[in-house]
Design a protein around this ligand. Sequence first.
Ligand SMILES: N[C@@H](CCC[C@H](N)C(=O)O)C(=O)O
Length: 277
Amino acid sequence: MKFTKMQGIGNDYIYVNCFEEQVTDPGKLSIRLSDRHFGIGSDGVILIKPSKTADCEMDMYNADGSRGKMCGNGIRCVGKYVYDRGICRKNPLRVDTQSGIKTLYLQVENGAVQSVRVDMGAPVLEPENIPVQLPGSHAVNVPYSVAGKEQHITCVSMGNPHCVLFVPDTDSLDLEKIGPNFENAPIFPERVNTEFIQLISRTEIKMRVWERGSGETLACGTGACASVVACVLNDKTERRVRLHLLGGDLVVTWDEKTGHVFLEGPAAFVFDGTVEV
Ligand SMILES: N[C@@H](CCC[C@H](N)C(=O)O)C(=O)O
């Protein structure tokens, strides 16, 4: 099977062009190929498929084989893949996902996509639709004890579930230890992605992320969007914010007029390869 490794500020996935290839068990394939010692090494696998309703479809799997409904860094790479490789030379591009069709605005230089602005749609804030089981009817700045430590969490869905909290310093966090406590906390029936935010100014924040199904990654696009929504809801930032993540920077805007969240960042090829399946 032919594959392409791509990355969006270090959030790396193995992309399979399902216009040409067939994958029978993507979850199992993702577990095997994502392994950084015995496989190719990645945060998961993304299938690029034909679509009847959009220009193509993105189907994403985490490193543990679970399916993700949306992937902000992945969808920018899908845009670059289909545009640069001539599968669909449209701009804007419409990509179908498990959480609906997203529109991508491509920044093209010398015929190749450099960065992408994605209309990620409106965030979901009702606890039952995130889903998170909290005593009240809102999920903003809720006190909740994780592994014996009281936190204030804000929960947001960007098509996939996120839990955001503010910390004084992201560098000193032991995410390998605390990440799984959030991911598997009983209030999250479908597990959760967790973002740890350090405020720098009203327009700039630092973020580290523990992703459901993949552990700590260098970046998470949906996590960046959920974090800016949480910052605005907690009156910590303006609606347009630059985020510094371990793998680089993203810019997120929560547009007041439409209520939609826009994600901007780069997308890059790493290498092409062939693997036995
Ligand atoms: N890294 C992604 C999110 C991938 C899916 C997530 N782990 C989930 O299971 O919801 C991004 O850039 O958004």
